[in-house]
Design a protein around this ligand. Sequence first.
Ligand code: NAI
Length: 270
Amino acid sequence: MTDNLPLRGKVALVTGAARGIGRAYALRLAKRGADVAVVDFDLHSYKDYQLEAASMRGDTVVDEIREIGIRALGFQADVTDATTLNEAVQQIVGEWGRLDIAICNAGGGVGSPEETRASIVEKDLVDVVVARNLTGTIHTCQAVAVPMKEQRSGKIVTVGSQAGHRIEDNGGYAHYGAAKAAVAKYTQYLARDLGPFGVTVNCVAPGYISTGRLAPILSAMGDAQLLDDVPLGRYGTPEDCAGVIEFLSSDLSDYVTGAIIPVDGGLTYS
Ligand code: NAI
């Protein structure tokens, strides 16, 4: 009989998992048997968006995971603060004895496409977006690398974006695209660094993924026009992304490292 719990006995950490795509990652890993620790600077961030709130089956994703009979921990922490993140990782290892999987998902952009054109985007916006996406990812990777090196095993997945590869028509969202491109490149450096320790490091680069936060923004930008560039002709779902995360977190991907995998319906490379 096929074991539907291939991650049983594994311990996972997912950042930015209180809502959206990160929540889908946390729930998917839990449904495959992994104990899951969630880090988010607001474990109730789903309340910002009605669609997200409507999909919740508990007060937080931590409760949702426990509800399916899996161990879960929640940390209200900012990934831009390395000290708090290190303490969270130490607590996870202290309680559960190991750390096998880390999904560095916390991130996102700030500002309008117009005000973030490459030639004018202001330093404050650049600093926030670089900290949230690149620095936060580096902090997370460095924190989890400590137990993973000791174990001589582990699977780290970072989260880039199609924006790290494609350039918006008007040169807008330059700070975000540059930060996500840097996340992808950092991933490859880390893969080289941690390969000898048996740790794989890969990056997923989502395309247009419909979440409670993004769905109205995509519609305002023009669904038909956006989807014209997507060979599969639809927006992605958090579940589409979670499938690839499951692959990169399991032994199916043991010989995959340093890869940047688009999850974008063909948007980037066709
Ligand atoms: P979202 O904004 O709906 O959720 C992000 C979550 O991360 C929120 O719960 C927020 O509280 C948390 N967070 C943000 N900054 C944090 C920090 N510094 N420390 C701790 N937690 C923090 O975002 P969404 O759409 O679910 O995206 C998840 C990831 O996927 C992000 O890295 C985003 O850049 C990336 N992505 C999303 C795409 C999409 O179409 N939705 C496309 C490409 C990439």
